[in-house]
Design a protein. Sequence first.
Length: 661
Amino acid sequence: MNRLLCVFLFLTLLVLNGCIYTKSSMPRAKQGVMDLSNWSFVKDGPVCLDGEWEVRWDCLLPPEKMGVNSQTVQEYTEVPSPWSQSKPEVSMFQATGSASMRLVIKNIPNTDRIAFRLSNTNAAWTLWADGRLIGNSGVPGLSAESESPRPSSVVVPLQAENYGRDSSAPLELVLNISNQHFRDGGVFSSLWLGPEPVIQAVALRDSSLAMLLTGILLIMGIYHIVLFLFRRQDRSPLLFGFYSLLWMGNYIFSESSGWIVLAVFPNMYPFLMEHLGIACFIISIPVGFTFFRLLYPHEFSLRVQWYTWIMCGVFTALAVFGSTLTLTALLPLYYISSGILIFYCFGRLFQAWRRGRDGACFIFVGFMVLGLVGINDMLTDLRLIHSVPLLPLGLFVFIMSQALALSQRLFFAFSSVENLSLQLENKNLSLEMEMAERNKLEREIINISEDERRRVSIDLHDGLCQLLAAARLRCSAILHMGNSRDGDLEMEKLSGILDELVDQAYNVTHGLWTQEYTPESAAPSFSDMAQRLSRSSGISIEYNQVHACKICPSSANVIQLYRIAQEALTNAVKHSKATRICLDCSCNVEGIITISVCDNGIGRARAKSSAGGLGVGIMNHRANIIGATLLFEDVAEGGTIVTCSASCGIINKFSLKTDTQ
């Protein structure tokens, strides 16, 4: 992310550097005269007619009367400059009136066709060259009733009879200008003079850039609104979409774009453009702040948000119902409030960046550029500084910052989805493998169950049934012998047979189900199992138990651990060739119950496993059922240790209620 931020900063500085130019090397008019003897349209390009123009205040004079001067002292005004700075005895926030301005240009470079470009001149004007009317915008007037204002940015070519004129002959320009409807009048931007194809190309370039930025703002606005429609729980795209559309409205109705809206609606009322442009700017402030607060609610204050909306409501009402002079006169108050809010947002966005909020670094840098550009344009509109509108640059950088922030959020979202999908795929694969293993074990358990039934049937037939038949024959013999000594001997033999029958029946029943097991105590089952296997196998089997609490011994599901221990003891008796086996059962204070079976036999590597090797698989299956950990280890001195550990809570959660194995 740091690399991406560095690239974004580099591109921002590159755009800034490409938008800064200087006119310091151009000639300047002095006392109403400009000399272009050292200027070449071929080498140097067009020239701006900045400097001192001769002026007559509060009048609209034709060219022939401008040269007749009855005043003792001629007056001059700086171009470009607003009347609030150059016209005597006018208010800083309201400069209306009219003026006639004159400039004589000497030694114009020889060229076939020349043209002028005028832009941002309040509020109506007419331009004369050598006494001929060559262009106008609106109708200048000495009063509000006689004036017809018309904002424009136009290229004015000289008439055909002036093409190919003698460069040694001076050219007299007379500009009649009036402002009776807006806050300030005057020429706010430089007038350019140069070859007509070059001037037209520059005008076309500026119009194309204005249309490009307008298209970008329109697309970004529609894109974010549609994005909100697909995901309505997040309202920040909706606000940013409206924010982009509002800035687009302010841009197309303002001088920053050369009133690009006139290309679509050439007859639009100028006061409507003024009111719409200001209204879009006023509404964009609280919309942008609300957008920031939705992104970073812990950094931006709700009270400040309400303040922005209240200010917006007041000034929007003025923009809709007030006059143009009243609105533009009060607009500096909103500029001051907006400037304070801009610096507040600087601090809050920087705080969000420091706290690592999503996309805060990009939005902070983008808004830093937009905020500084906004301050520049507001000061320029108030005529406190002389600068060019930089709104297109600020909007472009801020939109790019939001695009990068949105791309970052989408990247993280897609990465999370991909990771979750991968994890789900792995889980599904593991589940499929587990289900296949479980199906295999279930089939094996069914086979083992059938084998166990067959074994029990054989044991009952060859053991209990044979002994019962012998007992029946003994009883028949005793009935015929009566009370003789031989009868007593038969009775003793019968008693031995019955004892053996009881032992076999007891072993068979305990192998099928642990009848001594009760929920209150599991220890007797483990102890009895060890004793019975020791008697039947002749191998010494010791049982030890240590319980830190009564939870594990009282768990009804400890039967799974019992079966694991039973299988481990059976394997040790059959395959380990051990002389001593230890069975340990312990439960620590952390609620972990552990059983272990340790023998001093030959070890797993040398032991001869039974056919099929299902014992270990069944033990693993039982351990998985209760979420236990099962380990098989060989002892260095010889023998094997089987350990199974599980949490009491896990046993209660995953246990089986019955077990018939």
